[in-house]
Design a protein around this ligand. Structure first.
Ligand code: FO1
Length: 304
């Protein structure tokens, strides 16, 4: 069984690529919930939904989030009423948030609701939110403290970050199945997600980092930085702002205590010797999954 520590888009693409090489029922994704938010009385889980929609073949490839064939009539009415419209919820996407919110109100856990939604959409991979407790990524910035989505969407991740905070980290518990999956996995994969804001919240959950450290030889990470740049989002900028090298080497240094193997892009092949100096194995391949051939080649490297 393969466990994938997952953020949003990069993880969703890797999980989809893994279908070329392993049975989906042998794959478990442990998913970040630090981006989750409450808005209009609804509980919204962007990373869980991005992965769910991608694996169901329903994701909006243009936007990178939300559903394909989306319409925005509710948002238009909400905007006319003067409601919060900076975080856009499509008409179809809203059904997911309505369903989840009602089920949570009925007393179901986030894990249970996730299992219900993925089963309904015919997804055979197991998706586990890392915790069912409150865990929220927040930012101390030059303009004050911001929630994840205020920083990411409202401010277009274009304000200087001084510190990243994980509210609830000390009191949350891993969701059912999370620690057991990490203990028993043949391979633990860290998806090409933002190390500081997508992977770091997972590591905050008591038990997760400890198991990774113990099982370092089985942990493989795909660099989300290629030739110094993030494929998507602010990973490169955040690494620099928080004092890390914005490169596959910087990611390797950040992961060195709990990752035994790094997969880096062909463009970064020259960094391999310095990464090996962190006592890591290095595999070099095309990590950009835009084309089918590249995605399946990367998936093969991940499970090799
Ligand atoms: N990203 C945006 O840039 N603008 C939005 O209005 C927006 C809405 C949204 C609604 C549901 C959802 O699941 C994701 C949404 N995202 C939006 C993406 C999201 O903010 C981030 O990309 C992730 O949280 C980072 O992984």
């Amino acid at each position: 069984v393969i466990v994938v520590l997952s953020g949003g888009v990069g993880a969703a693409r890797l999980l989809r690529a893994l279908r070329y090489v392993v049975a989906p029922s042998d794959v478990t994704a442990i998913v970040n919930v630090g981006d989750d938010l409450e808005l209009h009385g609804l509980t919204i889980c962007p990373d869980l939904d991005t992965i769910t929609y991608t694996l169901a073949g329903l994701n909006n490839e243009e936007l990178g989030w939300g559903l394909t064939g989306e319409t925005w009539r509710v948002m238009d009415e909400l905007t006319a009423l003067g409601g919060a419209s900076w975080f856009r919820l499509g008409d179809k996407d809203l059904a997911t948030h309505l369903f989840r919110t009602q089920r949570l109100r009925d007393g179901a856990t986030k894990s249970a609701v996730t299992a219900e939604i993925t089963a309904r959409l015919g997804i055979l991979e197991t998706l586990l939110p890392v915790t069912n407790d409150h865990l929220a990524t927040r930012f101390r910035t030059e303009i004050g403290e911001l929630s994840f989505q205020e920083y990411f969407v409202q401010h277009h991740h274009d304000t200087v970050v001084e510190e990243i905070l994980f509210e609830g980290a000390s009191t949350c518990q891993a969701a059912p199945g999370v620690l057991a999956a990490l203990r028993s996995a043949e391979r633990i994969v860290i998806a090409p997600s933002n190390p500081l804001i997508s992977v770091a919240p997972l590591l905050q959950v008591p038990g997760v980092r400890e198991i990774l450290v113990e099982r370092r030889a089985h942990v493989i990470a795909v660099s989300p930085i290629v030739a110094g740049n993030a494929l998507k989002g602010p990973a490169d900028r955040l690494l620099r702002e928080l004092g890390y090298d914005s490169s596959a080497l910087g990611v390797a240094a950040y992961y060195a205590n709990f990752v035994g193997t790094m997969i880096i892009d062909d463009a970064d092949a020259a960094l391999a010797p310095e990464i090996r100096a962190h006592d890591m194995d290095v595999r070099v391949t095309t990590t950009v999954m835009a084309e089918r051939d590249n995605a399946s080649r990367l998936a093969k490297e991940v499970v090799a």
